[in-house]
Design a protein. Structure first.
Length: 550
């Protein structure tokens, strides 16, 4: 079959004659290239008509004969007094608005001129021809004009089958094939008749635009919420992943510190406190909850603050024993160790008793704010009872972190989640099924390699595992190709990062690879998948065992 450009369904071509020619031409031998509806312009006429684009119905290219431009005219046609006429209604002939011979010859010379300009060659080594096709006409009589030879007219008989059309085309070229000139035909097609170009943005370009838009949306929403809640001195902010809770918490802390207040900004996740919270802002103490407790115990001379018991008692120690020891020390705290305002981020990770303990570290009257998402509770079976706090609540409903497609994916993972989105850029969420950990690793490496080879910076990628590295498909991996794998837990690392979902809770990455998702493990619960997926700002890949279903 011939190569058709464009390759369309012939039934979509409105002109019956052109449709007939296209249909038969499709079955010409493979060495033919047939272009339909080719548009071109002529430089030498640009001064008179700079905006005019001409069109020729067909161009047929053959590597051993050359190219021919063909104008198709339906119905009965007559040539007299130097003018082409077409049969109209009531049996009367009417002069054509355009001379088809001129249309075909202009196109031929136009293509030749473009070939010379774009290839740098003065001569096209094969024949160049123009022809007319009258698909409704079966007979030809009379004398032909000098500009149109009999062999350059195709009739209905040439459109009965591909063999007849090829016979007619060979006649147009003089009745025989010459030596093949594949390079000249390649230049003609690639540079003139079928050029290609891309208008595109790299992943880095798209990410830069996404960040700019996301920052604008986040700033606008932050300002609105903080204005609305300016006079609330005790409040709980409830919102799903990506609603900007952490950024609101930090901005609220800065505003309070600017008023001369001593502010505690705390959370459960040590990496969130270490790498995201502001560390050197005057008036703000940013620290994870148990780090704060250790500091209090040290200041009171309790040296046994560090856990030295059996591993099975670790949870009991941090949940109960350590907070109880701090409670005993509160009466000994100096005034400068207390706070005017306290902000808890990721509040769903806290126990009620912890919140009560922090309240006791406030100076009167004290401001108190909690930012929480109950759907992200991963660490404890008993949720904090936020209803037990007699304070006002503010619901956050706009997803400020994730693209629209990721936001829709999150709502599949947590069906009751209803967040509006404003960040429309971004590709589809990609899900890959695997049978074995080895197959999973191969799939992940392939996709990361593809992204980096397309210009994505390795630092934008984080691999989030349901299990620790030694228990995952990445247990022996230190590099992917030449790019180092950083499992230090630092989200600001320049390399490809590897960490667990739970350690990365509260953090975010432009591109997240969620791995190790299985239906039979407690660390891949819907809450875990939700937390891991929501870390991805722009691009999300999910690698799951083939029997897992969202």
């Amino acid at each position: 079959m011939a190569k058709m450009i464009p390759d369309v369904n012939p039934m979509t071509i409105e002109n019956e004659g052109e449709r007939c020619f296209y249909t038969i031409a499709m079955d010409l031998p493979a060495e033919y290239t047939v272009l339909y509806g080719y548009k071109y312009g002529e430089d030498h006429e640009a001064a008179q008509a700079p905006d005019i684009i001409w069109e020729i119905d067909f161009i047929v290219v053959h590597p051993a004969m050359g190219f021919v431009t063909i104008e198709v005219k339906q119905g009965d046609v007559m040539y007299r007094d130097g003018v082409f006429h077409e049969l109209k209604s009531r049996g009367q002939y009417q002069a054509m608005k355009k001379d088809p011979v001129k249309q075909a010859s202009d196109a031929m010379y136009g293509v030749l001129h473009q070939y010379q300009e774009k290839s740098g060659e003065r001569v096209f080594p094969l024949k160049i021809k123009y022809a007319l096709c009258f698909p409704d006409s079966m007979r030809l009589s009379g004398n032909m004009p000098e500009a149109l030879g009999r062999e350059c007219v195709l009739l209905e008989e040439h459109l009965t089958n591909p063999e007849a059309l090829e016979e007619g085309l060979v006649a147009v070229f003089g009745g025989k094939r010459g030596r093949q000139e594949p390079e000249a035909c390649r230049l003609l097609l690639d540079k003139v008749l079928n050029p290609r170009f891309n208008v595109f943005a790299t992943w880095e370009d798209q990410l830069a635009a996404f960040h700019w838009n996301a920052e604008k949306v986040l700033t606008e929403e932050q300002s609105r919420i903080l204005e609305e809640t300016e006079y609330d001195k005790r409040k709980i902010f409830l919102g799903g992943a990506g609603t900007g809770k952490t950024f609101l918490a930090m901005e609220k802390a800065r505003m309070l510190a600017a008023e001369g207040k001593r502010v505690l900004l705390t959370c459960f996740n040590i990496n969130l406190a270490r790498y995201v919270f502001p560390q050197e802002v005057e008036g703000i103490k940013a620290i994870h909850f148990h780090g704060l407790l250790e500091e209090v115990l040290r200041s009171c001379g309790v040296e046994e603050a560090f856990f030295q018991g059996r591993s099975g008692e670790l949870s009991l120690y941090y949940d109960r024993m350590m907070p109880d020891r701090v409670l005993e020390c509160l009466d000994y705290l100096e005034d400068d160790q207390r706070f005017d305002a306290m902000i808890i981020d990721e509040g769903q990770d806290f126990l009620n008793d912890w919140v009560a303990l922090l309240e006791m570290m406030l100076r009167e009257p004290g401001e108190f704010y909690i930012f929480a998402d109950p759907d992200q509770n991963l660490f404890r079976k008993q949720l904090i009872n936020l209803d037990s706090f007699p304070v006002s609540r503010h619901k956050l409903t706009l997803n400020l972190r994730n693209t629209r497609r990721i936001n829709h994916w999150l709502q599949k993972v947590i069906p009751g989640l209803k967040l509006r989105d404003r960040l429309t850029q971004g590709p589809e969420v990609q899900a890959f099924a695997w049978k074995t950990p080895e197959e999973e690793l191969t799939l992940v490496k392939k996709e990361i390699t593809r992204l980096v080879s397309q210009g994505v910076k390795p630092r934008r990628i984080t691999v989030l595992s349901t299990h620790r590295k030694e228990n995952s498909s990445f247990k022996d991996v230190t590099h992917i190709k030449e790019w180092a794998l950083d499992d230090s837990g630092n989200p600001r690392s320049d390399g490809i990062k590897f960490t667990t979902i739970r350690k990365f809770k509260g953090l975010e990455s432009d591109i997240a690879f969620l791995i190790g998702v299985c239906p039979d493990t407690p660390v891949a619960s819907p809450a875990d998948v939700y937390v891991g997926s929501s870390r991805a700002r722009f691009m999300l890949y999910v690698f799951h065992r083939e029997d897992w279903r969202v």
